[in-house]
Design a protein around this ligand. Structure first.
Ligand code: PRP
Ligand code: URA
Ligand code: MG
Length: 213
């Protein structure tokens, strides 16, 4: 597994505002949208393109275009939905599959409550969107779900990751013969006793969409 922490002053600036408890929901949503676009720029560095010949108003030249099958973007509901528009702005021809996952706040076990994905993901570049990689249980389960469908190339974009979550993910995915990359804006130092990232930004889903009840 490869972990890439994007080191850019604009990313750090926006992340600081995102973390701030005084940031209201509309501003939080806008910052998530902007941050994912910046992270996606790094995350798509290896997106597959092929050569094409075109003609400009001045003359012929060659360039590249995204090749088929188009990438698949997979937001993890709920909070990952807040990252979808920003991602699609960069990859407008991508297809979108959905995974609904929820972490039990007592046991910290992730479970899947919804799924709408293509049956066969082989040969697709899959971009998983989830703002928080805390214990790593949700992302590990999501990656297993995708590889069970044949996914062979997975990049996760997380706004924030915790070191121990990344270590757990690496352990959980050991033996999986699929390249996995995690792109994040920051690697935070720890989790608290409720499994929240410290210093983190709180509950991403609640800050985006309000309390789920
Ligand atoms: O790394 P983990 O310890 O598994 O925790 C991270 C998960 O927790 C949050 O989702 P949550 O379960 O709160 O659902 P929500 O997006 O509906 O709020 C977050 O969006 C991740 O999916
Ligand atoms: O810090 C955390 C951990 C899990 N889920 C969140 O939304 N935030
Ligand atoms: Mg939540």
């Amino acid at each position: 597994m490869r972990v890439h922490v994007v080191d850019h002053p604009l990313v750090s600036h926006k992340l600081t505002n995102l973390r701030d408890e005084n940031t209201d929901s509309p501003t939080f949503r806008r910052l998530v949208d902007q941050l994912v676009t910046l992270l996606a720029y790094e995350a798509t560095r290896d997106v597959r393109v092929g050569p094409v010949d075109i003609v400009t108003p001045v003359g012929p030249t060659s360039g590249v275009r995204l090749t088929d099958p188009q990438p698949l973007v997979v937001p993890i509901l709920r909070a990952g939905l807040g990252m979808l528009d920003g991602m699609m702005r960069l990859l407008p021809t991508a297809e979108v599959g959905f995974l609904g996952m929820m972490r039990n706040e007592e046991t910290l076990q992730a479970s899947t409550y919804a799924e709408r994905l293509p049956d066969d993901l082989s040969g697709r570049q899959c971009y998983v969107l989830d703002p928080m990689l805390a214990t790593g249980g949700t992302l590990a389960a999501a990656i297993r779900f995708l590889t069970d469908r044949g996914a062979d190339d997975i990049t996760a974009i997380c706004l924030l990751a915790a070191l121990e979550g990344c270590e757990r993910l690496e352990r959980d995915l050991a033996g999986l013969d699929v390249p996995v990359t995690v792109v994040t804006a920051a690697m935070d130092e720890k989790l608290n006793d409720k499994g929240y990232i410290v210093p983190g930004l709180g509950d991403a889903g609640d800050r985006l969409y309000g309390l789920a009840g």
